[in-house]
Design a protein. Sequence first.
Lengths: 129, 173
Amino acid sequence: MRRSRGFSMAEVLVALAILAIVITTTIAMFAERTKRMREASETILAWQALSNEAELWRRVPFAQIDVASSQTFQSDLTVLTPLAPYTTVVKVDAPRADIRNVTLTIRWAAGREAHLAVARANTGGGNLW
Amino acid sequence: MVSRRRARGYSLMEIVVVMALFGVFLFILVTLTAEMRRNEKKWPVNFFARPEVGSILARMRHDILDATSFPNNIDTYTQSPTSLIVYTIAPDRSSAETVVWDLSKPGEVHRKVYKANLPPTEWVARQAPIFICTVEPMVVLGQPTDEQEVHIQAVDKEGKVAIDQVFVPRPHA
């Protein structure tokens, strides 16, 4: 008898609430997964560029690693195209006269950034590692 | 038994509410799909998610870091963007071997090792992207150097650069 009269308001509201929770949770999970995948892709691209740049800075003659001047990335940055607009920074610190810490930084959208540091020592001419 | 209400159909209010709910879900679905498609178009394929690609790059990196030269040819291979020839220190650290990275077959990467007069050994990785390797002089602060670098690239089907790595042989005494 009850079924033939349809559902009560309370039954419909509970069913709608459950449906809303399930759908909201699914959408939130989906959105979070998409965001994480995008962040992983960004990080992978940034680290490839950092790694390539570090190979160059390992080989810059020690005398030319200048603390004062502002340096920029020298390597091919095609791989960073999806991250545009992005900025690259090379920062050089000299904790001792015979040591240079070169910190490479890439900053891109949404305040994200990746760093890689190369420590160089004055070996007296040879680029020994 | 059918109730009188059902027999008369739905009220305008009921239909409007159902249509509104349907519209909201449809809007969310379309927005998410559009976001996914935008991402797909903007980002290259993440080849690093495949274990084979990590394995290829790790072995290639090892060969190149220990390389002492890049011969022009060996066996039927010639140094080219689809076949990288590396003369490198063998894993036993007391001898050398010539390694050929054959990248010419789509989806496959072959690593052939030639050592003295022994028959070549081969390692194959499948489900690989199309790699291109170029050996070129390294440029530091705008000046070409005596060192050579190996530039490894892989693009996805859309032509977007997904892998771009530079490996440079370590200095050897």
